[in-house]
Design a binder for this molecule. Structure first.
Ligand code: NAD
Ligand code: UDX
Length: 434
């Protein structure tokens, strides 16, 4: 099986590397020369645990190639994946499909014979059909089959998610394309992962519906955590109790500073726009978006409340700024809202993140970057945990407290036990625990 993957980002790169593990030959095409230089030197341009090793191993075996030259890769491919970005469009909140259609226009002249073209990018319902129409215009000589194959991997556990998916979803109405996609994913089917074939519209909408539902769970537990604080309940006990009900499930019930990342915020926004356009508004999901926006602002307020006498002149030590642990991705990270609000109120911010600095530095002007947790907390008045990197859990809070000037600890991810934090001398504030 020969695959052409267009886009070597978080999804394209992981998918390409994992497909080579199945024994397939993958040419990964990107138009960012810096990214290609790094890849061709055997280094992943993004931080994703295990990815460097996978790339190096499969490049060595000759199964994985990185190039900017789309032509030969498309010509020889059985399947061409579109894995380019679909960010939120400025101004109106729809998905920006300009990268998708630019790639379609670039690849069209090179298709040679029956080739499955498939979207891996998250695209609004109807897009695969529009791509097919575009290809028919550009190449009336071809038999075209455009599939939808949305990706459900999470950053930080992307390789495990890709190789052990809850399901693989393929939207197609072409029998010929279905046979190719079945062969492509046979290695996963043999291991017991369900490979589902549905209509293109169902596949496209299912991706958005899944992300919107997960975002809803997070906003729900965040609001429940606020209520827990008022009534003297513990959100972790509540989440654990309701999560045991298999109809609810225990995943995605961790309260925090609001969801971020490259998917939930933009996909919730795009789905809301699609629903309004089709006059079937998703009022619940519109509220999820609003709750999440307000959540980040409320978290800045919580830090302000922890400071005795206001934030002016105070030093805040911040641990973790990426949108979640085990990634360097800063897209829509809650820290990008919280930290500027704290700076506006006159605080000096010192930051440590195990992997995020390179991407975060240009986005967080005016903060002081540190090389370790202990360096960050030195002489700080307040310590704030925004991202739950594992290494923060292992911190000796007595040592941390001894380095600090103040005694406030605001734990936005419930990384620490309240009793341990108090024993170390902290005034401890966490989420949803009275
Ligand atoms: P990304 O921005 O990390 O990567 C996109 C890559 O495409 C970049 O390297 C860019 O240089 C390249 N590119 C853009 N136009 C190109 C062109 N014409 N030719 C060649 N290369 C081109 O994006 P991502 O996070 O990998 O997301 C890609 C898609 O997958 C999005 O639609 C996203 O919603 C979806 N998705 C992302 C995740 C995730 O965890 N990041 C998970 C599931 C689905
Ligand atoms: C998400 C989807 O989970 C994945 O299926 C899709 O393909 C891409 O988008 P990702 O954004 O990588 O994946 O990470 P995820 O683990 O879903 O976390 C997203 C955000 O929600 C993070 O900011 C995270 O901190 C937050 N979150 C997640 C919570 O606040 N609580 C939770 O219980 C789970």
């Amino acid at each position: 099986m020969k695959i052409c993957m267009i886009g070597a980002g978080y999804v394209g790169l992981v998918s390409a590397a994992c497909f080579t593990e199945f024994g397939w030959n993958v040419t990964c095409v990107d138009n960012d020369p810096k990214r290609l230089d790094e890849l061709n030197a055997g280094r992943s341009p993004i931080y994703e645990p295990g990815l460097d090793d996978l790339i190096q191993r499969n490049m060595k075996a000759g199964r994985l190639i990185f190039t900017s030259d789309l032509g030969p890769a498309v010509k020889s491919a059985d399947v061409v994946f579109l894995a380019v970005g679909t960010p939120m469009r400025r101004g109106d909140g729809y998905a920006d499909l300009s990268y998708v259609f630019a790639a379609v226009d670039e690849l069209a002249p090179h298709i040679d014979g029956f080739t499955v073209i498939t979207t891996k990018s998250t695209v609004p319902v109807g897009t695969s059909r529009q791509i097919e129409d575009r290809l028919k215009q550009l190449r009336p000589d071809l038999e075209t089959a455009v599939c939808s194959n949305p990706e459900f991997l999470r950053e930080g556990s992307a390789i495990q998610d890709f190789t052990h998916p809850d399901r693989v979803l393929v939207g197609t109405d072409s029998e010929k394309a279905r046979a190719v996609m079945e062969a492509l994913y046979r290695p996963l089917a043999l291991r017991g992962s369900p490979v589902m074939f549905v209509s293109r519209e169902s596949a496209e909408l299912a991706k958005y519906a899944a992300n919107a539902f997960l975002a809803l769970k997070i906003s729900f537990i965040n609001e429940i955590s606020d209520l827990c604080e008022q009534v003297g309940a513990d959100v972790q006990e509540v989440a654990s109790a309701i999560g045991k009900d298999r109809r609810i499930g225990d995943k995605f019930l961790h309260p925090g500073p609001g969801y971020g990342g490259s998917c939930f915020p933009k996909d919730v926004s795009a789905l809301v726009r699609t629903a309004r356009e089709y006059k079937a508004p998703l009022s619940i999901i519109e509220q999820v978006d609003r709750v999440n926006h307000e959540r980040k602002i409320a978290m800045a307020k919580r830090v302000e409340e922890a400071a005795t006498g206001g934030l002016r002149g105070k030093t805040i030590a911040v641990l973790g700024v990426t949108f979640k642990p085990n990634t360097d991705d800063m897209r829509d990270a809650p820290s990008l809202v919280i930290l500027p609000l704290l700076q506006e109120r006159g605080a000096t911010i010192r930051v440590f993140d195990p992997q995020g600095r390179k991407q975060a530095e240009p986005l967080l002007p005016g903060v002081v970057w540190c090389e370790s947790s202990l360096e960050t907390v030195k002489d700080a008045d307040i310590l704030v945990v925004i991202t739950e990197w594992n290494e923060f859990r292992a911190l000796d809070l007595n040592l941390v407290r001894a380095q600090m000037r103040g005694d406030a600890l605001v734990d936005l991810r419930n990384v620490f036990q309240p009793a341990t934090a108090r024993e170390a001398g902290f005034r401890y504030a966490s989420i949803g625990r009275a």
